[in-house]
Design a protein around this ligand. Structure first.
Ligand code: PMP
Length: 327
């Protein structure tokens, strides 16, 4: 995973050394909310921090679950393949999950999504863009059509990988009341601190605040996250630029290999279609101590796909050498 520069690492340690650890965290994470809001050009009342996006997802699934229409249970709509927590967290709570497959270019299948929405109006819609594991941004016009079709739901656009993308989707949040944006610091060098947040209308944030545990975000996390949006914001951008540079270098190296097809990526990983079964490549890479993500257990079109995270230049060279021998 990406690592911040030495200066930034030092600053983090310094900030963490100034603690009065006997006190509870600020329950409203006020300074952090202000820092995020200022950085993004929204108000602090539109920011809900949580212990990773994972916690924010679970808060949404706790707050927005009054069954709609004639349903006996709340419904969550998402795509497949995508980040698994939308489904897992929903199932744990006994909610109904509808998964609509992405189309052949891993983009939103708008007609199918519209049918699903008409069939069972969802409470919540989760769409990751850039998507994990496919790495692509959803087409803006398609995303907008889904937002319009799901007017009775809150549509959560998960921008976990947005630091690596060419554009964000805040504009949809500004234009549609039923849109919220989910972000995290986990993909830009701060995974250990667990800080995710939702950008949403103040009334949505207020509802989530009611179901949130009072001291959910620990003080060290609040401090470090505040730095990420202020003093260290340029270090974060620099890190993202480096990864994007490595991503294109790795993509062109792998793109030259026969038997591999690389989808354009807007994230910190590549999505490879493999002519050989992905399971075989996964095992052979593992024997060389290179761990990639395979989805072969799910079968179908995923049996020929691998997700590989962009590493350091030497890790990427090693991966390219290994794949050159194996494909
Ligand atoms: N959303 C997406 C699309 C992800 O891929 C991930 C992590 N794999 C998350 C959210 C979870 O992030 P966090 O560490 O903030 O809980």
């Amino acid at each position: 995973p990406p690592l911040l520069g030495e200066g930034a690492q030092k600053r983090l340690v310094e900030a963490l050394s100034e603690g009065s650890w006997q006190r509870y965290p600020d329950p409203s994470a006020s300074r952090l909310r202000h820092a995020i809001a200022e950085n993004l050009g929204v108000t602090p009342e539109e920011i809900l921090p949580g212990v990773g996006s994972d916690e924010v997802i679970s808060l949404l699934l706790t707050a927005f679950v009054r069954p709609q229409g004639k349903s006996d249970v709340a419904t969550v709509l998402t795509t497949t393949p995508t980040f698994v927590m939308y489904k897992l967290s929903s199932r744990c709570r006994g909610l109904r999950v509808m998964e609509v497959p992405l189309d052949q270019d891993w983009d939103l299948a708008v007609d199918s999504l519209r049918s699903a929405i008409a069939f069972t109006p969802p409470n919540l819609v989760f769409i990751a863009s850039p998507n994990n594991p496919t790495g692509n941004l959803m087409s803006p016009d398609r995303l907008e059509q889904v937002i319009q079709a799901a007017a009775g739901a809150l549509v959560v656009v998960d921008e976990a990988y947005i630091a690596y993308a060419q554009r964000d989707q805040l504009d949809l949040y500004r234009r549609y009341d039923n849109v919220a944006i989910l972000r995290t610091l986990s993909k830009v060098g701060f995974a250990a601190f667990r800080l995710g947040f939702l950008i949403a209308r103040p009334n949505v944030v207020a509802e989530l605040d009611k179901v949130r545990l009072p001291y959910n975000v620990p003080t060290p996390t609040q401090r470090v996250a505040e730095l990420a949006f202020t003093e260290l914001a340029s270090d974060v951008s620099r890190l993202a630029e480096q990864v994007v540079g490595e991503r294109s270098r790795l993509a062109s190296k792998l793109g030259d290999l026969p038997g591999l097809h690389i989808a354009p990526s807007q994230a910190n990983f590549l999505w490879l279609r493999t002519e050989r079964p992905a399971a075989q490549l996964y095992e052979s890479l593992k024997e060389r101590s290179i761990l990639v993500r395979s989805f072969h257990g799910r079968g179908g079109r995923l049996a020929h796909q691998l997700r590989v995270t962009v590493g350091t230049p030497s890790e990427n060279d090693e991966l390219a050498r290994a794949l050159a021998e194996l494909t």
